[in-house]
Design a protein around this ligand. Structure first.
Ligand SMILES: [Cu+2]
Length: 480
């Protein structure tokens, strides 16, 4: 639905027993649940968010460049029963963005419970691509893929053990746009698929199968919009918070099954035992009323990270274009990565404190560092060899990956020039840092509009493994 039609966005529990939640858009008195929002670049978002949860929440627009007051990063959460008016201009490039809760201590539970919304930003470049691909009406899809724990036919409530808090909360089934066992029908020809990994913690090694054959596809874009040119691939790592924009040829196929292939997830951190100890959690009820076992057992067996998991099926039917158009050689012009001063950040593991940035647990009032608006920096992000993959998310600013060093394990096979993975070639706001790796990220801290961004603006850099995020792997910084 177009954002111009949105007046109210209700955050509510759909099932108080199991705690499943949803976003519901109010469009002139009519309710659309789990809305996929569509915005033209430059359009304004004007809506009131109503929190009907028994917990504080926020709406964080992941990937958008917004003033602190609209970023929903958790500095001023919306209390249960309260509402907040949101008003901002969508300034980002076309691409798949998303929105989700970001109230510290509640993020993992609320996202797992179903609060995942998609925002598709479109512009002339995006429309030109659809025309070039001769996309049929059913051949463009925007999908949020997460994993949930299903037992006896129902999705079990969020109840992480100390082990889950360390490695992440993993499910056993894929949930796609809030549904299990998703099948979509597409026509022969190009299919354009914008896909979000909305899992709390699971890394996806995305591939497509037709019977037993792996089907090659093309990467067109990443978190912050289109690549300069398409890249041919047969699998891609997509970690929590990351998005990919793909083209796959459905001609001559009966169905395409999207899977996450088996891989070594490189959880090198051993022996730590953690529990969410965020003080705010004790003051509010969990989302589910049904009692969960005290030791965190959820009544369903989780599939560990890196185990093969079926995601969804594209069934091919009908007739498409008689001749498949070739992919455009050029898709977009990317902002040049700035050459700039280096800021070093370390991702640490401590058996007692868990995963931290620069050995410092998150404190809401702390500002780790400040920089001037318009500053250009290269962030050198180094992950400990005794760690695990961390999908690191920067609020407010897209960045370019300049290079990767120290890559081992399954990512190494995908590395190209400067050690970069195919998904490193676009504009990013979330990037996975594997154990022992160092990444160099070029960021331009320009703020687009003096009036809307007046005064100091606080943003965050954090891990998007949501158990790590709630477990303090997060820092604030300020743009002056
Ligand atoms: Cu992490």
């Amino acid at each position: 639905m177009p954002i111009s039609a949105l007046r109210r966005l209700v955050v509510e529990r759909a099932d108080p027993v199991l705690g499943r939640c949803r976003y519901a858009a109010d469009v002139g008195g009519r309710q659309i649940v789990h809305p996929v929002l569509i915005a033209r670049r430059g359009e304004r978002f004007e809506a009131v968010v109503e929190n009907r949860l028994p917990q504080p929440t926020t709406v964080h627009f992941h990937g958008l460049t917004l003033p602190e007051a609209q970023d929903g990063a958790g500095f001023d959460a919306i209390a249960p029963g309260a509402a907040k008016a949101l008003s901002f201009e969508v300034k980002n490039r076309s691409g798949l963005y998303w929105f989700h809760p970001h109230a510290h201590g509640f993020t993992a539970e609320q996202v797992y419970s179903g609060l995942v919304g998609l925002l598709v930003v479109v512009d002339a470049e995006d429309a030109a691509l659809d025309t070039a691909l001769a996309l049929g009406p059913h051949n463009r899809l925007a999908l949020a893929v997460s994993d949930v724990r299903v037992a006896a036919g129902s999705i079990r409530p969020y109840a992480p053990s100390a082990e889950d808090c360390l490695h992440g909360w993993f499910g056993n089934r894929a949930l796609v746009n809030a549904a299990l066992d998703v099948r979509r029908t597409v026509a022969p020809g190009w299919v354009r698929l914008q896909l979000l990994n909305a899992c709390n913690a699971r890394g996806l090694l995305l591939a497509f199968r037709d019977a037993d054959a792996n089907v090659p596809f093309h990467l067109l874009g990443t978190d912050g919009g289109l690549l300069a040119a398409p890249v041919g691939v047969d699998r891609l790592f997509v970690y929590p918070g990351e998005r990919v924009d793909l083209a796959i040829d459905a001609s001559g196929r009966r169905e395409l099954v999207a899977v996450s292939l088996a891989f070594d997830p490189r959880h090198q951190a051993k022996g730590g035992k953690l529990a969410h100890a965020h003080p705010a959690r004790g003051r509010y009820a969990p989302l589910a009323a049904e009692a969960v076992c005290g030791d965190g057992a959820s009544g369903a067996d989780a599939l560990p990270d890196g185990v093969e998991l079926g995601l969804f099926t594209l069934q091919v039917a009908g007739t498409g274009a008689t001749q498949l158009p070739s992919l455009p050689a050029r898709l977009s012009t990317l902002p040049e990565p700035p050459q700039a001063t280096v800021r070093r950040l370390r991702l640490d593991f401590d058996e007692h404190a868990g995963f931290l940035i620069d050995n410092t647990p998150y404190r809401v009032e702390e500002i780790a560092f400040s920089l001037e608006r318009g500053a250009r920096e290269v962030w050198e992000v180094r992950n400990s060899p005794i760690s695990m993959p961390h999908p690191m998310h920067l609020h407010g600013f897209g960045f370019r990956v300049l290079r990767r060093r120290g890559t081992f394990g399954p990512a190494r096979a995908l590395a190209g020039e400067e050690g970069r993975l195919p998904t490193d070639l676009g504009v990013k706001d979330t990037v996975v840092v594997w154990p022992n790796e160092t990444l160099w990220l070029a960021v331009d801290f320009a703020l687009p509009d003096e009036a809307a961004f007046r005064g100091r603006q606080r943003y965050m850099f954090h891990c998007h493994n949501l158990e790590h995020e709630d477990g303090m792997m997060m820092r604030n910084f300020a743009v002056l």
